[in-house]
Structures are given as structure tokens and as C-alpha cells.
Design a protein around this ligand. Structure first.
Ligand code: KG4
Ligand code: ZN
Length: 356
């Protein structure tokens, strides 16, 4: 009989629930996005996010169970995102998870959201019948995080799904996360929220050399990421050239397309340069790319090229598993569950929960 974990995720602007069997097989995955609510503000408004999680959490969990053909009583444990994320948003998932666990007499498992993003990769690899070779250099790049890890199994004999992992941070952003820079640049140009997918699309076929942004060379192996400089350079360019925010999304001027393509090239160059440097220094068995920005077509292409040149496989989840979802939380929860990790009734949100 398989172990079935109900995952609950509410760290930012997606209310999500999923059921995963044995940490490998996704029986259901439901994501209620709040994009329409936050769009007019050009970013996530924390109070609105919490309120919407409250509205969505019960129907979303119900739908995840229905799609898996299960009842609450069939669940073996409940995995819930403990952090990092928005405190009010996290508390909705945590409180609901606690209530379910108490009412059903099931174990409650605390899950680190970032570890969830890593497990999205294992879920995908399992589906494709592949194994993620460890140690890996792993880039988690999203709206809230840009962080590079070395990932190793705690036990060298245990690899792949189910293995408890050890994380060592190599680099992180000093200021904005890469996805945050995408969102802010899109807001500045009137392109809507979230900015990543819009910029990704507008950049296709545009001149990405039209505007030169400086991408810092990596002087030493400890170098962190920084994206606020590129974002400010976009702002200066917009002011200097009198570029007005786009009013009709169906008619974006070439000047704006070229600007966002150039911005994207700068961001992707910075990310891939750092990933490549870490891989050169550590000679990992594979490279991992995950998080919302891993959905970016140029980043995927350039990271794949770097991996090929280094002679290492690049593993990245499909887009649905790159952005926030609860299947990744259930998969990470499964590993912790098997190791006996349990949350007490005092489980609280940790907005800045570190990994590794
Ligand atoms: O992982 P995620 O769903 O939520 C966080 O944990 O932050 O990531 C959301 C971020 C947003 O900033 C969004 O603009 C970005 O991922 N994103 C993209 C793309 N799709 C989503 N960025 C660049 N290119 C994309 N195609
Ligand atoms: Zn995320």
C-alpha cells in the first residue's frame, strides 16, 4: 500500500493542494492562482493574498482529494509549507493543515517551500523514468528567491526520489529576486502581472542587443546575484528615452520589445554565468533549474547549453511544476514523513525560513 501525502501550499499568491503517492506519483494537483486579483496592483498585495487563501483553501483541498479519488480519511499525512513566504498567507495553509491533522488524527509534516521546488525536479524525473544524479548544483529562481545550492544525498547510497537531501548554499541574491525584477520591469512598462511570462513572449524575435546592460563578471566563487542594478538601468533608459507605459497589450512598440529582450538577456546571462561557474568549481553530476523563472524559455535554452558544454545533464521541471504548486510540497513532505519529522501544534509560519 502506498503512502499518500496531502500537500498544502499557500506561501505567496497560489492556493494549492495535491496528493502524491510515495513521493513519486502525482495523483492530483490543484492550483488556484490569484493573478487576476493582484494584476491591477502590478504585484502581490499580502493582505489580499491572505484573504483569497482563506476563500480558496477548503475548495482547493476538496478538489485535490476528489481528483485523486480519495477521502480525507485515506490520507496518510499532511505536508504543509512552513516558509519562506508571506506570513499571513503561510498561516492560512498552516492553520488549515493543523486543523485537518488534529481532526483526522494524522501526522502533520512541516515543509520548506524551497525544498519543495527541488523536489519538483525529482517528481518530473521519476515520471520520465530518469534519475537525478547527485551531487547537483541547483538554481532556484522565482519571484521571491534566487539562490544557488549544492545538493547532496544525506546518505550517498540513497539517491533520487525518497532520498533525504543536504543543501549547501553557494550564492543568493543581494537584493531583488530575478522574478521580482521581471515583475517590476513589466509594471514600469505597463505590461501587466506577472511580468515573466509576458516579457518571455515579447522578447521572442526582438533585438536583445538594442540596449546594453552591464552584467557583472564573477570575480570570485562566492559572488552573489544582484538584479536591482539592471532594473534601475531599465528605469533610466525609460526616462531618458521618454518611453510611455504600454496602453494596448496587443500593440507593444518594437522599442519596448527590444528593451525587455535586452533586459531578459542581461538577467539570463547573470544567472547562467553564476550557474556555470559553480558547476565548473564543483563538478556536480547534474545541474538543476527550478522555480517560477525556470519556466523562462531563454533561461532554459542557455542553461541547457551551458550544461551540454560542461558535459552534465540539466534537469528542470515542466512549467506546471516550476511555478508554485503543492505536488512539490507533498513530495518533499514524503521524505520528511519517512524520516519521522513531525510538526507539533505549535507549528508557526517562518517567513524567512532558510534552507541548508
Ligand atoms: O515560483 P513562483 O511561482 O512563486 C514564487 O515562489 O515566487 O514564481 C513566480 C515568478 C514571478 O516573478 C513570475 O514573473 C516568474 O516566476 N515567471 C517567469 C516566467 N514564468 C513565471 N519569469 C520569466 N519567464 C517566465 N516564462
Ligand atoms: Zn516558489
Amino acid at each position: 500500500m502506498s503512502t499518500r501525502i496531502l500537500g498544502i501550499e499557500s506561501s505567496c499568491d497560489e492556493t494549492a493542494a495535491a496528493v502524491v503517492a510515495d513521493g513519486r506519483e502525482i495523483l492530483s494537483s490543484v492550483v488556484a492562482s490569484q493573478i487576476d486579483i493582484h494584476r491591477k496592483y502590478g504585484g502581490v498585495v499580502p493582505e489580499l493574498a491572505s484573504r483569497e487563501h482563506l476563500r480558496q483553501i477548503v475548495p482547493v483541498v476538496r478538489e485535490a482529494l476528489a481528483q485523486a479519488g480519495m477521502k480525507l480519511a485515506d490520507v496518510d499525512a499532511i505536508g504543509v509549507t512552513k516558509g519562506p513566504g508571506l506570513v499571513g498567507a503561510l498561516l492560512v495553509g498552516i492553520t488549515y493543515g493543523k486543523t485537518l491533522a488534529e481532526a483526522l488524527g494524522k501526522p502533520l509534516i512541516p515543509v520548506n517551500h524551497l525544498e519543495g521546488h527541488v523536489h519538483a525536479v525529482f517528481l518530473e524525473a521519476h515520471k520520465a523514468g530518469r534519475e537525478v544524479k547527485l551531487p547537483a548544483v541547483c538554481l532556484i529562481v522565482s519571484g521571491g528567491h534566487t539562490v544557488l545550492y549544492e545538493v547532496k544525498p544525506e546518505d550517498l547510497d540513497a539517491q533520487g526520489a525518497g532520498a533525504r537531501l543536504h543543501y549547501r548554499k553557494i550564492a543568493q541574491t543581494r537584493d531583488d529576486a530575478a522574478g521580482e525584477a521581471y515583475d517590476k520591469v513589466a509594471k514600469l512598462l505597463g505590461l501587466g502581472y506577472p511580468g515573466g511570462p509576458v516579457i518571455d513572449r515579447l522578447a521572442q524575435g526582438a533585438d536583445d542587443r538594442a540596449v546594453e546592460f552591464t552584467v557583472a563578471r564573477i570575480k570570485d566563487g562566492k559572488a552573489d546575484f544582484s538584479f536591482s542594478g539592471i532594473k534601475t538601468a531599465v528605469l533610466h533608459h525609460v526616462r531618458k528615452n521618454g518611453i510611455a507605459p504600454v496602453s494596448d497589450p496587443a500593440r507593444v512598440p518594437d522599442e519596448v520589445k527590444n528593451l525587455v529582450a535586452s533586459f531578459q538577456r542581461a538577467v539570463v546571462t547573470a544567472l547562467v554565468r553564476r550557474l556555470r561557474r559553480a558547476a565548473e568549481e564543483r563538478c556536480p553530476a547534474s545541474l538543476i533549474l527550478t522555480g517560477g523563472v525556470a519556466a523562462n524559455s531563454l533561461l532554459r535554452r542557455e542553461a541547457a547549453r551551458a550544461a551540454e558544454e560542461l558535459g552534465r545533464p540539466l534537469v528542470a521541471p515542466p512549467i506546471a511544476l516550476s511555478t508554485d504548486n503543492a505536488a512539490m510540497i507533498a513530495a518533499a513532505g514524503d521524505v520528511a514523513f519517512r524520516k519521522g519529522v513531525r510538526a507539533g501544534w505549535d507549528l508557526n509560519a517562518e517567513p524567512h525560513l532558510p534552507l541548508g
